[in-house]
Write a protein that binds this ligand. Sequence first.
Ligand code: ATP
Ligand code: MG
Length: 395
Amino acid sequence: MFQAYLLKYAEIGIKGKNRYKFEQALCSQLQRRLKKNDGKFKIINERGRIYIEASEEFDDNEIVNTMKNTFGVTEVCPVGVIDDSSWDNVCEKTKEFLIEQYGENNLNFTFKVKARRSDKRYSMQSPEICMELGHYLLETFENLSVDVHNPQETIFIEVRDKVYVYSKRIKGIGGMPLGTNGKAMLLLSGGIDSPVAGYMIARRGMALDAVYFHAPPYTSERAKEKVIDLAKIVSSYTGPINLHIINFTDIQMYIYQTCPHDELTIIMRRYMMKIAETLANEAGCLSLITGESIGQVASQTAQSLLVTDSAVSTLPVYRPLIGFDKQDIINISKEIDTFETSILPYEDCCTIFVAKHPVTKPTLKYIEKSETLLTDIDEMVKKALETDEVVRVEG
Ligand code: ATP
Ligand code: MG
């Protein structure tokens, strides 16, 4: 019996033309993610269903993982494909399929059969298929029993050109297929939060570019490599990321030498935002993304966020972690596999220049006043933009 998979996706808001676009985007993402297994799989998109059919041996675990981690997929169902649709054969193959899926000793649950007959020429109608197959399974497996209202398992059978049977449902990561919502620029540091923030926005269908501000020699090559590694992990979900690496040392030193030290972080953050905004506009991005969350550190109090936000005037700043506790963020970073890399102990550029007592309640008026001392800053921002090194990463 051929093995295949039926993929389910959320259908809210994707009616009509949008649905077609959504399915196209999902199929092309699946194609990209299954590329490693070139030629072994066929993606079939017909009548509101997406099937992946295999033509030769493959590693089931790996493929299921690939599919369930594709944005847009809510469920992956392993399917038995029955070529010969004569009734006796359908029963026999369904039996084999259930043994393979559950193991012979685990066939001890309540069930019901749900049938869908897309090929109206088939000799039996749906209610008859349900009844006949139900009887057959009860006779075949003595520890199965029927419960039509609240079954532990539902055995789905679908008659098309072939007959498809499935029952197990593996949860997918959901969201929207990549590329259905434009592109955003992620401010990616080496910490725990920003990779999670990027992942969450990409999960809603946005492709990502990223920018990392490094400050050699205060931050090492290894810190930079760590950020590239993080971008790679994120890109295994999101597709290729253009990671911009900007040399921020001169700007950082200049602010350090010119402005009150307790305002250092917030002013630095504002210039990061401005540079990211320029890069984002050049790359056609529709927003910036940061890993900030209210109150996490001094530079993320509500007042600090207000002042940081004011630095950007042409794009919205998405902060998907704004209401998350640190532990929630850590949990996601473990799930998406960025945690172990994020906690590697390489310094990030903000830890070197941190003040002992940073302002927690900055006001825009005072910060802007301090910034007027930075008479050469426009020139320096221009120079920093010239250091842009773009690394294209693909995990
Ligand atoms: P993270 O874990 O993302 O580093 P954090 O809690 O350390 O977050 P901050 O250092 O205050 O937070 O930075 C807040 C946000 O600013 C980060 O989530 C990130 O989006 C951005 N950011 C900070 N430092 C950098 C950097 N060196 N390069 C790019 N973006 C940065
Ligand atoms: Mg950080």
